[in-house]
Design a protein around this ligand. Sequence first.
Ligand code: NAD
Length: 291
Amino acid sequence: MKIGFIGLGNMGGPMAANLAAAGHEVTGFDVAGTVAEGVRPAQSAAEAARGAEVVITMLPNGDILRKVAEKIVPTMAQSAVLLDCSTVDVASARAVGEMAEGAGLGALDAPVSGGVGGAQGGTLTFMVGGSDAAFAMAKPLFDVMGQKAVHCGPAGSGQAAKICNNMILGATMIVTCEAFALADKLGLSREALFDVASTSSGQSWSLTSYCPAPGVGPQSPADNGYAPGFAADLMLKDLRLAQQAAEQADADTPLGRAAMELYARFVEQEDGKGRDFTAMLPRFETRGRGA
Ligand code: NAD
């Protein structure tokens, strides 16, 4: 397939390289001049998009996505698909979807989970919003870049699924860290808490697959000095997007808001920037109720 790829950063670079390695003809563009293995560099986003059957974007936020879409949609071939894999606000995802469909193109919002390791290994999970026809067209590409693609509904549904999932994750991780810090103060060993909660009703992915306590459960960033993994900054981004969507939809999300406020403090005022989001545990360890 002829593919245009815009945004060759930590995620987009290896995703584009995997598509090229699978035999697709990939032309890429990044404002920073970044290149990816096997990908022909273009001089502009419009040049990368021209004549492509599918144009993939992997960009930092919704404002940049809207600006890039304004440049590329007019140059895209009729019936081509605009496939955005960035994590952006639901409103931008819907606006870009409408812009593309209004111009006779297919459009999908398909944010990912799996991080840089998943992008490199081709094991991402895609949460996809858009039409059945556009999904069918992009499916072979999802199969190269990832291990799973879930079609969640019409435009915006992929972003909605991603922020709801990550709101669950953020709040669950915080309370898991709180529980380990409380166990310490109660004289309960972390191993004992893990053994009980991992097979009881306190079980969650945060505990059993990505345990925030070093030396407990499977290997995780906690065993590597809390180097990310999934950075607290990125968790904060997703929690902010969830609150933005909740405000627009008039949804009551008190724990989601508390999680966002705590990660904002951790990243912007404390030492959370650049650390894995599980580094909330050492944060709680050092605090008492007055903190
Ligand atoms: P990144 O900053 O490494 O890459 C973004 C790239 O977009 C950069 O190379 C930048 O130069 C480029 N760019 C910015 N404006 C541009 C423009 N106008 N035209 C062309 N290129 C432009 O970020 P990343 O880690 O690759 O993340 C990309 C997206 O994926 C984000 O939306 C992020 O939230 C999401 N995401 C990241 C991870 C992760 O673990 N890094 C996990 C899941 C989702």
